[in-house]
Design a protein around this ligand. Sequence first.
Ligand code: CA
Ligand code: CA
Length: 322
Amino acid sequence: MNFLKDQKKEIKVKKRKKYFPRLFMTFRAVFLFLIIICFLFFNYQPSQAIDPIQENISISVTVEETAPPTPPPPSGGGGGTTIPSKYATVIFKGKAYPGAFVTILKNGTVASTVTADPLANFSVVLSGVPAGIWTFGVWAEDKEGRKSLTLNFNASLTRGTTTTFSGIFLPPTIDLSANKIPRGEVLNIYGYTAPKSEVNVFINSSGEILKKTKADDDGGWLYAFDTSIIEKGRHTTRSKALSAKGEISIFSQSLAFDVLPEGTAVCCGADINCDGKVNLIDFSIMLYWWEAREIKHPCVDINFDGKVNLIDFSIMLYHWTE
Ligand SMILES: [Ca+2]
Ligand SMILES: [Ca+2]
């Protein structure tokens, strides 16, 4: 009897030994499954959540057969035949700035110019373009004379077709109220884009700072940047626009500026010693640093281009007071 009991116990123990690993495996599988579900859930981001300003721009390109010209009416009973065009047509449609002067380049030379309308829209048709591979460029100048970067397109054109580049959105123009500014003062960063666009202003410091502003009805935009949040030294800024219709521009030019120690005297332009006059005293200071390799005077380089030369002298002459 005892022998039978011992056998039953042994069988139970064996069953337990088989049962527990299986249970453990099941729990482990369920646990892993739950972890995967949680991971997918918390890491899933719907496409709408992606910041469009970080996405690449997208310009639509369509190619259609150019409609042949209307054949002349048949004369004397002869049948007219339609001859396909030997050339290609290229159309550029997009946004620049209100009243901007838009230039189209074809292999680096000016092919056409047009003025954008008050809503910043422009449309240019280049007809009679020989078939082949071409590089087209588009750039614009805002109403205050600032130029945009050039957007380039490569196109392989086939005779008798019309290629349309639409959704072009030129980058904003950008300017600064100062190239050198004491830390803590406000630096105005401004320019033009399409009206009511969102302008993302990037300041590249030790890290990248992103500020947002909105263009007005005239396309003008401005961000008053508080320089107390960045360190002394050289920084750069550039901007990117998102139009009211969702088009994204490429980045504007990158402009550099220097943040000086707090309380640094601000220079007075051509009046190098800041005495209210532009005269021989200023000129003598300029002569001392003329074309010097290292300029230690804070204000003698009037246009802050790192050189003291004829450009600074011409600025001084323009402001000469006596
Ligand atoms: Ca002076
Ligand atoms: Ca200079």
